[in-house]
Design a protein around this ligand. Structure first.
Ligand code: GLU
Length: 466
């Protein structure tokens, strides 16, 4: 467990020798299924932590009780595990309300949090009136000017306050790990509401309190959070005085250019999993798309760890093409060692070992198709024998080698069959494949034949199910 420093402690990072191991977090709200864009954020955080021997926290931003659900939280845990990520620590904001109470008390004591009483309708009317006057629709801070008598009068009307953070109104700058020097002028923003009328807390506050408490060193998230960061740095500085590093990556978009939405269920990890996409292909595409690195299949997450470099992420949106994903799934399977798939193959009822896997992995669009090839190996299958080929196939059966059926049995067989039959090329090979596998194409026969075995091969060549 990391120490939980008191809010308000001025923590000083040691600059001596090597920096301490980083702490990163992925902080989804359990309000929907994760999509590939969320996977991109999760992977950047988790793999960066792995690269530097750091800590990866999965944090549920679940203070919005109306929209959060345990079912989505469980689905997120499942999806994160499917991606191959094992959080070092799991946190739930809903279990940390006491810490937010303390932060709120501190911000009030510092004079940075002030009560405001406007209703949503009143705020909307203010925004419209400012727009009509050509002014930006930011909050006019009327509540800051309320005098001592005004508050009880408003509360007597039955109003309850929400609480706003008083921004400094300055240029907040940081050195973004992806975007370089960034600045947000908080004078152009409304003072953010941190506590709702019903006393519940908003993400802008809870996220900052957690990042401080959990000693998060690097906040890596989508570029839709850049403005938030300007605001949150002000809050962090008010509470702690030490600011983590920030990195805002570009967002994934659909091939049409449309943004991904959790709510609309775009490209959810669950759907991709059910469609048989490989998690490593999803991870490779989610991490490498929209960077200056080539998108290519990887055989393990470790291979992606080595490629995590925030400076290589581009500024333009990254297009995520499901068709590219399918191709990458097939290419990934070709790279996977038997150990990586053994359990899943067994789950599909595949009894074959490494030899079978190496024989078929180059012919799969989806792992589940390995079961079809296992059916071809194990049989029984009805061989395809054209009448014109029957005599040739009977001859081929008679010439099946005796003795050990090792890796060169096919070569020995063909060496005998070719001169005996006088056939060559397609006329030689195609009828053999059709009879032995019942299919037009597939893995190399030299790898399949030893697996099919002499008995089944002999039956199939004679046109009998085997
Ligand atoms: N719950 C926020 C989100 O899903 C987290 C953003 C952050 O990383 O701070 O967008």
């Amino acid at each position: 467990m990391l120490p939980s420093p008191n809010l308000g402690d001025k923590r000083v990072m040691s600059h001596a020798s090597s920096p301490p191991p980083p702490v990163l977090r992925f902080a989804p709200s359990p309000t929907g299924l994760l999509h590939v864009g969320n996977a991109r954020t999760a992977l950047y955080n988790a793999l960066f932590a792995r690269q530097w021997g750091g800590t990866f926290i999965l944090r549920y931003d679940d203070t919005d009780t109306a929209r959060s659900s345990d079912t989505f939280a469980e689905a997120i845990a499942e999806d994160v595990a499917w991606l191959g990520l094992a959080p070092d620590r799991v946190e739930h904001q809903s279990r940390r309300l006491g810490r937010y109470d303390e932060a709120v008390a501190r911000l009030k004591a510092l004079g940075r949090l002030y009560p405001a009483y406007e209703t949503e309708e009143e705020l909307e009317a203010k925004r419209q009136s400012r727009r009509r006057r050509g002014l930006p629709p930011v909050y006019d801070r009327a509540a800051l000017k309320l005098d001592a008598a005004a508050r009880p009068a408003l509360e007597a009307e039955g109003r309850r306050p929400h609480w706003r953070f008083r921004l400094d109104g300055r240029q907040v700058v940081w050195d973004d790990m992806v975007r370089g020097r960034q600045g947000v002028d908080t004078a152009t923003l409304s003072d953010p509401v941190l506590v709702r009328e019903d006393g519940s807390y908003l993400y802008t506050l809870t996220s900052v309190v957690d990042d401080i408490d959990m000693s998060v060193t690097h906040v890596v998230r989508g570029e839709d959070h850049v403005t938030n960061t300007g605001v949150q740095i002000e809050i962090i500085e008010a509470l702690s005085g030490w600011v983590p590093r920030f990195g805002h990556h570009n967002l994934l978009v659909l091939p049409s250019g449309e943004g991904l939405s959790k709510r609309l269920g775009h490209l959810s990890l669950r759907a991709l999993r059910e469609e048989g996409e490989e998690s490593l292909a999803v991870a490779a595409l989610a991490v490498l798309t929209g960077t200056s690195l080539a998108v290519e299949p990887v055989a393990s997450l470790e291979a992606l760890v080595a490629r995590i470099d925030f400076a290589k992420i581009s500024r333009a949106p990254a297009r995520f093409d499901p068709a590219e994903l399918s191709a990458l799934t097939a290419a990934t399977l070709l790279h996977l060692p038997f150990e990586a798939v053994a359990n899943r193959l067994a789950g599909f009822g595949v009894g074959g070992g490494e030899g079978f896997w190496l024989a078929v992995r180059g012919n799969l669009a989806r792992l589940a198709e390995a079961a079809d090839w296992w059916g071809v190996v194990e049989g029984p299958l009805s061989p395809v024998v054209a009448p014109d080929d029957a005599a040739f196939l009977a001859q081929a059966a008679a010439l099946l080698p005796e003795g050990a059926w090792d890796s060169d049995v096919y070569a020995r067989w063909i060496a005998a069959l070719k001169p005996a039959s006088g056939r060559a090329g397609r006329a030689l090979f195609h009828p053999l494949r059709l009879a032995l596998t019942g299919r037009e194409s597939g893995p190399e026969m030299k790898t399949l034949l030893p697996l099919i075995g002499r008995e089944r091969a002999s039956a199939r060549l004679r046109g009998e199910p085997g």
